[in-house]
Design a protein around this ligand. Structure first.
Ligand code: 39S
Ligand code: MET
Ligand code: ZN
Length: 763
């Protein structure tokens, strides 16, 4: 009998039930009991749903109230001292303080740093460790959730983040060697495994996603030591899970670690199957990741079946499991409720539930079950309609992409010349202040949009509402004294979805939510066909906002790489090709904004770093087309038009050359959570253009004061030319409320004024 084993399920809920419960709890509208009860209800529903869809092995402890890396840090007591008093007094408050920061009852604590989970749009909290870090088993969440499922009659396979990946994903605040902490950490994992064994768990899944990265000898030694130590423990059987790519140079290591099974990603890396079959000792369970956990397309089941058959021929089907390539955290819950999609699109889609159903079909086919052939036929027929659809292929788009040349992607003059013309036109002070684009997306704003969508608010009334919000936002920025204004992005549901809704070749779902961080979700549009722009997308609101003020109004666009990266992308042509199509559409928009008198245009590329392949050997090819696409979008404008870009969550050291090659006149970056550490790359590289290092963390409700921001700016000015430096927050303000936004921006402008005064004195 072939087994279907799942690695993880989305936890936010098909209707974002967890989001609502979390936010209600944080605002004090609901108690912690209410939050926990929603969480329990979701876990239970999800276990049942997976069973009903055909999963034989269902995971537990894949649920989290905020983030699974934070859960792990909390469980092993990797809690920085500043949170300890709170965490001891009130564990849940302590847990959320680590995630979000806290500023009340005498506490004023920064949140942990947040960063991207590998190359996904999911963010995890970076555990802070230090030399001589002590660990202990503080929290028994894995055991609790295992027992909770068991009480419901569901035998689960608990998921743990493995000790080596945990350390590699953490940050040593004192610069010490994280892996040196392994000896201290392993006893905690041993205890955890023992308690699960005693409770009756047969298997655990230990995630070691770092196994798909380029690892060095020290990392390998850490893996050997960790799993040798855990092999001595009376523990459940261990399935070691790798995902997001090929094991590559780590395959021999992964295959020889003393565990009971190995999961491999055969969607991103189908070619590794034969090597895996050669390398894996007999008797090990092999979990084949044959259904794409990162995208929403129904798969080519024949191809998946061919892989599984090859494995079964070599090893017998008894020790095989069929699985998604990675946790299903990265896809929405259920495509069957998406009734409003164009054409046959719905029938081409598989969300978490449908992916488990696909795995069931594959397992049944492998076992020769009587109804499997009909199910496979249906899958083939669906794929066929997609391959032939005229909604997908537009010859004129392909022709335009083919005509792109070097000139398309090059500004008329070099930065030194452009910057002079721009300075004359814009006439800004030193340390000019600006924001990243969005202003608070309050419940009012979202409600008005929802009512307009439901035809309960007329288009005219909605437009009036947006005009009023935009006006209020412009007036506020003027009053605070900001130099380059933004319109506030009130008309946008999301910086990617909004563009997707206006471009041909994109579709959007009603409930295709995916967790981005904590309670925050995104609804990635689905790129199913060739992309083109039927009409201007942002010109109306940008020119409206500019008409309200004499200060420069910054036009605001989402860049091609980010639109690509944060959408579900078609899998029938190279990503680079789709990205060039998006770049051309944005180029037209940039030129329309310029023609309408907008002199500063920001093209956000926060996902450029995230899209970097996980293995270094693949980097350059990606960076080449990613930079080219940004330049295609930006390069059509005249010298006097100032192009900005913005990036958050980026470690820039690896990619600084490419960031410079984007040749934006100004870049704003996220730097405050790391206290300006992220600026180092720009300094080392002598980044030539202008740069706005973010001076406050907009992901936390905490309001920084002017002193704090002045200190950060002094740090920046110590290493950059003052003439290069802009003053701005880390990112957009959409998740913030108005009072904290106003207070923080006033403090930010005050900080800029102090810098100007200090600069005049120095001169
Ligand atoms: N795509 C993307 N990825 C990204 C980012 C990003 O901005 N976009 N930023 C970084 C992550 N940061 C993020 C910051 C905020 C949110 C965020 O606020 N998301 C919203 C949803 C945004 C959205 O699409 N909103 C829609 C739908 C809003 C909604 O919930 N409407 C209600 C009805 C309105 C109401 O009564 O509140 C409903 O449908 O029930 C809208 O505004 O129109 C949320 O979780 O709440 C997400 C990610 C990195 N990745
Ligand atoms: C995640 S980057 C966000 C950029 C966007 N312009 C905003 O301010 O929200
Ligand atoms: Zn940002």
């Amino acid at each position: 009998m072939s087994i279907v084993g799942n690695l993880g399920f989305p936890r936010i809920g098909a209707r974002r039930e967890l989001k609502r419960a979390l936010e209600a709890f944080w605002s004090g509208e609901e108690t912690s009991e209410q939050l926990q009860s929603t969480a329990r209800e979701l876990r239970s529903q999800h276990w049942q749903l997976q069973r009903a869809a055909g999963a034989d092995v269902v995971p537990s402890n894949d649920f989290s109230l905020y983030d699974q890396v934070l859960d792990t840090a909390f469980a092993v007591d990797a809690i920085p001292d500043r949170y300890r008093a709170l965490a001891d007094a009130d564990p849940l408050a302590g847990y959320f303080a680590l995630a979000r920061g806290v500023q009340n009852n005498g506490f004023d604590l920064h949140a942990l740093e947040m960063t991207k989970w590998f190359d996904t749009n999911y963010h995890y909290l970076v555990p802070e460790l230090q030399r001589d870090q002590a660990f202990r088993l503080r929290d028994h969440k894995p055991l609790r959730e295992y027992l909770e499922a068991r009480a419901l009659g569901v035998e689960t396979r608990p998921v743990l983040l493995g000790p080596v990946s945990f350390l590699l994903l953490s940050k040593a605040v004192d610069g010490s060697d994280r892996l040196a902490l392994l000896d201290r950490l392993l006893p905690v994992y041993a205890e955890l495994l023992e308690t699960l064994k005693v409770a009756g768990a047969q298997w655990v899944q230990i995630d070691e996603p770092c196994l798909v990265l380029d690892l060095d000898d020290d990392d390998h030694a850490a893996y050997r030591k960790a799993y040798a130590a855990l092999a001595q423990v009376a523990r459940p059987q261990v399935l070691l899970a790798s995902y997001f790519g090929a094991l590559g140079g780590n395959l021999a290591l992964a295959a020889e670690l003393p565990v009971d099974g190995l999961h491999v990603d055969l969607v991103r890396a189908p070619d590794q199957l034969d090597d895996v079959l050669d390398a894996l000792p007999e008797g090990r369970t092999l979990s084949l990741g044959v259904v794409d956990g990162r995208n929403v397309w129904r798969g080519d089941l024949d191809r998946a079946l061919a892989l599984a058959t090859r494995a079964a021929e070599r090893r017998g089907s008894g020790s095989l499991q069929l699985a998604p390539s990675c946790s299903l955290l990265h896809v929405p819950v259920d495509a069957s409720t998406e009734k409003a999609l164009p054409g046959k699109l719905q029938s081409w889609l598989a969300f978490a539930r449908q992916k488990i159903e696909e795995l069931r079909v594959l397992a049944d086919a492998l076992d020769g079950a009587p109804d499997a052939p009909a199910a496979l036929d249906q899958a083939r027929a669906r794929l066929q309609t997609r391959r032939q659809s005229d909604k997908v292929h537009r010859p004129q788009v392909a022709a335009r992409v083919a005509a792109i040349d070097a000139a398309t992607a090059t500004r008329a003059s070099a930065y030194p010349q452009r910057s002079v013309v721009q300075a004359q036109r814009l006439n800004l002070p030193v340390f000019p202040t600006t924001t990243i684009g969005s202003f608070p997306q309050t419940r009012d704003v979202r409600e008005a949009r929802a009512r307009n969508k439901a035809s309960k608010l007329s288009q005219a009334a909605y437009d009036d509402f947006l005009a009023a919000e935009t006006t209020k936002c412009v007036r506020l920025q003027e009053a605070i004294g900001i130099d380059v204004l933004v319109h506030g992005e009130f008309e946008r549901n999301d910086m990617v979805e909004y563009f997707g809704e206006q471009l041909d070749g994109f579709a959007f779902t009603r409930n295709g939510w995916v967790q981005s961080y904590g309670s925050r979700c995104v609804k990635p549009p689905i790129i199913f066909g060739d992309v083109q722009r039927p009409a201007p997308m942002t010109v109306y609101w940008s020119t409206y906002a500019q008409s309200l003020t004499h200060k420069p109004m910054k036009g605001m666009l989402t860049g091609p790489v980010t639109v690509l990266q944060w959408s579900f992308v078609r899998d029938d042509q190279p990503r680079a090709q789709t990205c060039r199509q998006i770049a051309l559409a944005l180029r037209d928009e940039v030129l329309d904004l310029e023609a309408a008198g907008i002199g500063v245009i920001q093209i956000d590329e926060p996902a450029l770093r995230e899209g970097l392949p996980l293995q270094r050997s693949d980097w350059q090819a990606y960076l080449d087309w990613a930079v080219e696409c940004f330049r295609i979008a930006a390069a059509g404008v005249a010298d006097a038009t100032q192009i900005h870009t913005h990036m958050c969550y980026s470690e820039f050291n690896d990619i600084i050359e490419s960031v410079a090659a984007m040749d934006a006149d100004v870049i704003s970056i996220e730097t405050s959570r790391s206290r300006m550490e992220l600026l180092d790359a720009f300094v080392k590289f002598r980044y030539p253009n202008q740069i706005g290092p973010g001076v406050y963390d907009i992901h936390s409700p905490r309001v920084p004061d002017a002193n704090e921001m002045t200190t950060l700016l002094h740090k920046a000015v110590a290493v950059l030319d003052p003439a290069q430096v802009w003053v701005n927050p880390d990112c957009g303000l959409k998740t913030r409320g108005w009072p904290e936004t106003q207070a923080a921006l006033e403090a930010m402008v005050e900080a800029a004024r102090r810098l100007r005064a200090a600069n005049v004195e120095a001169a």
